[in-house]
Structure formats: structure tokens, C-alpha cells
Design a protein around this ligand. Structure first.
Ligand SMILES: [Zn+2]
Length: 347
């Protein structure tokens, strides 16, 4: 689980240190200027002694809060705890009522604000971090009364989301425009995706290494082979038996092999307006696999690249768990930060 979310801050009841600098003028010498007892919402701590100080330089007074306290009514620990409840799947209102069960009153609006703040911190922390391998996958999440297409980018080094875009993954131009600044800022060199042609186009245009998730390849190719098994003329069944071991073993020269098989098949005979015969479908399959082969094997030569996109799918699963509350967002930025925060909860 992300440290940002889980680590509950220390809460001290008394100030242990004097202030270092004046919040107004950066002066460094102070006189103590009285003390106040401030009531706080925390669950464990009921009130806190806050000392006032007077700056010897500018003569202004200010409160110096003990660790874990701010001007807010709630301690920092409670605010992080509220965000944690939300991240685990409770709505803002439900998080608020759990806290009231602990005799702590925090309005759901306060929790909403805390969630937004935590999301902002994550976004800021992620802004310049180096990411070498990026997982990408589309998802549909509930929003504004209907399913909305989003594109999720996950740092495969940590399994945490890097960004969420309001982008349809089937649109290569949109994916490229959204991805390009991320690639530049984070130094991304490889993307891991499923076998959509839009990702292949984007990887080529942005000159990125590309790994296609093995689960996806095996699933769709397996299905296609099973259909062809029933439909192609018997004298060509041997071709299917040549394809299967290639997919199991992923030899680096698989592309050449597939291309040679493609050449042995008769060319297209149906008109463009007619649907393709089974044998022509097999021919298309061979060509596609041969074309994409490189992107099935990237993980063999680059140890940091996983052969599946499972981490990305797990992050999306966490986001979907949260989508019930995300539905309440009025704008894309709100939804984006909510999804980002929800996806950050790893394990
Ligand atoms: Zn001062």
C-alpha cells in the first residue's frame, strides 16, 4: 500500500520544540506569548496545548502547532485515516459515519476535500519521477450516468498508476497526443499493452519498445485457431499445428517462420465486398502474427519488462472498486484524481 495513504502521522499533545523561523518575516528569535487549549477531532486526543510566540524582529504573534496538528479542527492523523477509509471503498458519506461511530465528527465535505488533497500530493510526487516501463490499458468506469472510456497508465516498476486520461484506447491519434508528453517527462522507453492495433501504431510513432501482454495474445489467438480448426479445408490443418508451438515458445525468429507459412497459402480470391473465406482468415492471422511478433518477445531481451500487463489490470480493478463514488464527480479533473488515488492502493 502506498506510504502516502497508509502511514498515519504522529500526533503530539504538547509542543516539543520552539519554532525555527517566523512565518511572517523569517526572524529566528521569539518570546513565548501565552498558551491556548485547542479542542481537536482525533479519536484519541481531545485537545492540544498550542503555544503562541512573538517574533522579536517583526513583533507579530503566531501559533506554533505541535507535530500532527494544523489550524484545522482535525489532527493530521484523522485526516489521513478518513482518506484511507475512502480509498478502501467507502463513500464520502459512509467514511463520515464510520468516524462518527468513533465519536469523531468529520463532515463528508471535509473528507471529500482531504481526498482531493491526497490526490494532489500523489500527482505532484509523480510529476517528474522516472518511469522506464509503462503499462497501458483502457477501462470503462461509471461517470455521469454512463460508462466512460478512460486510459490508465501504470508505472510497472512500482505497480502504481502514473496517469489516467479521458481517452478512448481505440483512437491512436488521441492515445499518441496524451502519451507523448508522459514519455518525454518520465523517460519511458517501453510500453506494455494488449494487442490493439492502436497501441502498435503509437509505439511505432513514438519509437517505443513494445510488449504485448501474453495472456491477451494467447487468449485471442487460441480462440481464432479453435474456430479455424472447424472451418478451414482439412489439407491445411497442419498450418495450425505449426502456429501453436511458436506461440508457446516465442522463438525470436518466429516472425520469419510465420511469414514463410503465409507465403505458402493461396492468395486472396474473394472480392473486397465479400467476407473472407476461412483460408483467407488463416492467411490474415499469419500475417498479423508475423507483423506483431517483435512485440510479443520484447520481455525476453529486457529483464525489466514483464510479459503480461497484470499490474495494470490490478490497478484498474482497484479503480473500478471505487467507481461507485467516482460517479458522483462533476468534472473530469475530480474523477481523474479520485481514480488515481484509488489505484494507488497496492496489494
Ligand atoms: Zn517575524
Amino acid at each position: 500500500m502506498s506510504i502516502v495513504v497508509l502511514k498515519l502521522p504522529e500526533v503530539k499533545q504538547k509542543k516539543e520544540t520552539r519554532p525555527h523561523t517566523c512565518p511572517y518575516c523569517e526572524g529566528e528569535t521569539f518570546q513565548r506569548w501565552g498558551r491556548v487549549n485547542k479542542a481537536v477531532q482525533d479519536g484519541r486526543v481531545r485537545n492540544v496545548k498550542v503555544y503562541r510566540y512573538r517574533c522579536c524582529q517583526c513583533k507579530r504573534t503566531f501559533r506554533h502547532y505541535p507535530e500532527g496538528h494544523t489550524r484545522a479542527d482535525q489532527t493530521e492523523r484523522l485526516r489521513v485515516f478518513a482518506v484511507l477509509l475512502w480509498t478502501l471503498g467507502l463513500s464520502h458519506r459512509a467514511s463520515s459515519s464510520v468516524l462518527s461511530g468513533l465519536k469523531v465528527l468529520v463532515s463528508f465535505m471535509t473528507i471529500w476535500r482531504e481526498v482531493q488533497e491526497a490526490a494532489k500530493r500523489i500527482k505532484k510526487r509523480n510529476h517528474w519521477k522516472p518511469v522506464r516501463v509503462l503499462g497501458l490499458d483502457g477501462a470503462n468506469v461509471l461517470g455521469w450516468g454512463a460508462k466512460q472510456p478512460v486510459l490508465v497508465a501504470v508505472d510497472l516498476g512500482t505497480g502504481e498508476p502514473l496517469a489516467v486520461g479521458y481517452i478512448n484506447e481505440y483512437d491512436p491519434q488521441a492515445v499518441k497526443s496524451w502519451l507523448e508528453p508522459l514519455v518525454q517527462r518520465h523517460g519511458i522507453t517501453v510500453i506494455v499493452t494488449d494487442d490493439l492495433s492502436s497501441y502498435k501504431m503509437v509505439a511505432e510513432k513514438l519509437q517505443l519498445g513494445h510488449q504485448v501482454c501474453q495472456f491477451h495474445v494467447r487468449r485471442w489467438v487460441g480462440k481464432t485457431l479453435k474456430q479455424l480448426q472447424e472451418t478451414i479445408p482439412k489439407e491445411w490443418l497442419w498450418v495450425l499445428e505449426e502456429i501453436r508451438p511458436l506461440l508457446d515458445l516465442l522463438p525470436l525468429d518466429g516472425s520469419k517462420h510465420l511469414h514463410a507459412l503465409w507465403k505458402q497459402l493461396p492468395g486472396r480470391r474473394t472480392l473486397p465486398s465479400q467476407s473472407r473465406s476461412a483460408l483467407e482468415q488463416l492467411r490474415d492471422l499469419l500475417l498479423r502474427l508475423s507483423d506483431h511478433w517483435q512485440s510479443y518477445c520484447t520481455f525476453q531481451s529486457e529483464p525489466e519488462v514483464p510479459c503480461t500487463n497484470n499490474s495494470t489490470e490490478r490497478a484498474i480493478g482497484r479503480m473500478k472498486m471505487r467507481a461507485r463514488t467516482v460517479r458522483g464527480y462533476k468534472s473530469w479533473p475530480g474523477m481523474e484524481s479520485g481514480l488515481n488515488l484509488a489505484g494507488t492502493l497496492t496489494n
